[in-house]
Every structure is written in C-alpha cells, then in structure tokens.
Design a protein. Structure first.
Ligand SMILES: NC(=O)c1ccc[n+]([C@@H]2O[C@H](COP(=O)([O-])OP(=O)(O)OC[C@H]3O[C@@H](n4cnc5c(N)ncnc54)[C@H](O)[C@@H]3O)[C@@H](O)[C@H]2O)c1
Ligand SMILES: O=P(O)(O)OC[C@H](O)CO
Length: 332
C-alpha cells in the first residue's frame, strides 16, 4: 500500500495533495505554519493559497515534518527551488530508506547551478534512480478547479515513474511517463525565464506575435541547453517543454509572466515583488543560474541572458528588446 507525504502546502503542494487524495492515494500534507495545517484538518481549506477550493476530507495535514514522513513510500517536495536544500538538510535523516522522492519545484539552484534532482541527491542523500520529477503545463489554480490537465512523471527508473503515474491519475489529471529527467527538469526551470520575457514584452504593449516568437526561440535555447547537459531535445517537444511554455507564457495565472509584466511596465525587481504580493516567481532567481550554466557549457541563450540582465537591473526592458530583435541574421 502506497503512502505519500507532500512537504510544502503552498499553491502547488496543496493542489497536488488534493490530486493524490482524489486518486484514492493515502496522503498527508506538511505545512510550515501550524495554522495552515489546522485549517486543512478542520475546515478542509488552505485559506492562504487556495481559499475557494474545498479539499478532500481524506486529505490529512500536519505541522510536524517527522510525523508526516513516518512510514511513507513516497515523498513529494513542493518547496521553492532556492529553499529546498536547507529543508532537505534537516529532513535527510528522516526520509524513509527506499522511498521514491518526487520533485515539484521548477528551478536551478543559484551558486551550485544544480537541478532540483541533483540538490535532492546531494542534500537529501537519495540515490538518483529513486528521484522522480513531475513537470508540465500545470497551473495550480486550474488543476485545483479540476480542469483537464496532462503532466509528465520523469524518473530514470521507469517502474517508479509508472507507480507515481498510477498513484496520481484522476479523471481530470493525466500523467505520462518519461525517463529523461534532465530534459523535463530543464523544461520546467527554463520556461519560467521565457515566461518572464513574455511578460516583459506584454508589459510594453506587445501582442501575440512577440509572445509566439519568444516561446519558439526560447524552446530552441532550452533544447540546446538540454542536449549540452545530456538530456534529449525531443523531450522539449512534449508537455514538459512546449506544453509548459505555452501555458506559462500565455496565462494571466502565471506568476512569472505577471512578474515580467510588472518589469515591462518599468517597475524594479523590488517593486515587482511587492506588486505580486511576494509570490514566488522562480525565474527571477533561476535565470542567473541558468545563464551561468549555459555559459559554462558554451550554449547560446540570448533570451535567458536578456532576462538575467533585466532582473539584475543592468539594462532596461526596452533596451533589451531592441537588442534581441537586432541580433545577427541567421538560418533558423
Ligand atoms: N503554483 C503552480 O502553479 C506551480 C505549478 C507547477 C510547479 N510549481 C513549482 O512548485 C514549487 C512550489 O511552488 P508553489 O506554487 O507551491 O509556491 P508557493 O509560494 O505557493 O508555496 C511555497 C510553499 O513552500 C513553503 N516553504 C517552505 N519553506 C519555505 C521557505 N523557506 N521560504 C518560502 N516558502 C517556503 C511555503 O510555506 C509554501 O507552503 C515552485 O518551484 C514552483 O515553480 C508551481
Ligand atoms: O505561476 P508560475 O509562473 O510559477 O507557473 C506555474 C507552473 O509552473 C505552470 O506549469
């Protein structure tokens, strides 16, 4: 019998825990704040992140991470990318031996330039074949409202991917499997940066042609980087690549796109953070790590680099747009 712990009760952790409960899987959700765990247990609602969603009665919650991890077969990590290592260092000794560890975070760690599965292997002391990544066009609000959505569960151990696939399948949530962890992770992390670029363009009043141009050329950048790091370009043609780019770059629900729009309106990063009520826009930090990763592997990523410079405040949104459109002419 499978038992899951979802660690992190933000928008996506809470939504994914609901998906698991709806799939009939035994699941407990860990919330950093006691009052959030209490509200989920007592009122079946997460008042801060999903106030309008009635959570399944079968979904349990706790503020005690050790209790949540006790005896589980699968651990799902739903913590922002730059905060994951710190938590894992605390939890490493309590992760059950042999458990599958599923990463929901979409980012690359600043400083180490590691993907989330590498951070988990490192800080959580988990064998790489036990680490799965779940990534795709997965805006939490739409899934919480039970809108039909597909995703990818990637793991080098195909049988583990299949097990997670079955345990999170519902009438509204359809997971596919993949063994290309690198491609799926880079798709999820890099699309946030491209969504920032699309937001910056939208904030300056540009329309769908600009968005589509950024999505498509962004996909070329992500594919090049994936291949350089040992992943497969074909993965990026799927849900974790093109699928997530389309959803995130076009949706008003995307925090990365909204953050980019604020920058495009001329706000600074600090002002954009305030305008977005401190919500996590992973691309703002990951763009630095992804740009450095690309530089070290000799991969050309002009859009990622443009976003990095706008986020660093070293160039204005308007200037960077002019630079990108006036780059050298070359074959597609
Ligand atoms: N929200 C979505 O639609 C969505 C979908 C797919 C993937 N993701 C990814 O999932 C990850 C988590 O996103 P989310 O939307 O749940 O984020 P969120 O901001 O809604 O919630 C973050 C959660 O992490 C917890 N947390 C624990 N330690 C923290 C710390 N030190 N600092 C800040 N928060 C801390 C918070 O309490 C909160 O429960 C991100 O990497 C995101 O890119 C999000
Ligand atoms: O709201 P965002 O920009 O963090 O995007 C959420 C998901 O990653 C979309 O798949």
């Amino acid at each position: 019998m499978s038992r899951y712990a979802v660690l992190g009760a933000g928008s996506w952790g809470t939504t994914f825990a609901k998906v698991l409960a709806d799939a009939g899987t035994d699941v407990v959700l860990w919330a950093r704040r006691e009052e959030v765990a209490d509200a989920i247990v007592t009122d079946h609602v997460n008042p801060e992140y999903l106030p309008d969603v009635k959570l399944p009665a079968a979904l349990r919650a706790t503020h005690d991470a050790q209790a949540a991890l006790d005896g589980v077969t699968t651990v799902v990590l739903a913590i922002p990318a730059q905060k994951l290592r710190g938590h894992l260092e605390d939890w490493a000794g309590s992760l059950p031996r042999g458990a599958t560890v599923v990463s929901l975070a979409k980012g690359v760690e600043m400083g180490t330039l590691k993907r989330m599965s590498e951070v988990i292997a490192d800080a959580g002391r988990v064998d790489p074949e036990r680490i799965a990544v779940l990534s795709g066009p997965n805006l939490a609000g739409e899934i919480a409202a039970e809108q039909p959505t597909a995703t990818v569960v990637a793991c080098t151990d195909h049988d583990r991917a299949v097990a997670v696939q079955h345990e999170c399948s519902t009438r509204y949530f359809k997971p596919y499997t993949n063994v290309d962890v690198i491609g799926c992770e880079l798709g999820g992390a890099c699309k946030n940066v491209i969504a920032l670029a699309c937001g910056v363009a939208a904030g300056q009043g540009y329309g769908d042609n600009t968005t589509a141009s950024l999505i498509t050329r962004g996909l070329a950048e992500i594919s090049r980087l994936t291949v350089a790091l040992g992943g497969q370009a074909i993965t990026l043609a799927g849900l974790a690549g093109m699928g997530d780019l389309v959803a995130t770059c076009s949706s008003p629900l995307s925090r990365n796109r909204r953050f980019g729009e604020s920058l495009g309106h001329g706000l600074s990063v600090a002002e954009a953070e305030r305008a977005n009520h401190g919500q996590v826009a992973e691309g703002v930090k990951s763009c630095e790590a992804i740009a450095e990763l690309a530089r070290r592997h000799g991969v050309d990523t002009p859009i990622v680099d443009a976003v990095r410079r706008v986020c660093a405040g070293s160039v204005s949104a308007r200037e960077v747009g002019d630079e990108l459109i006036n780059r050298e002419r070359k074959p597609e």
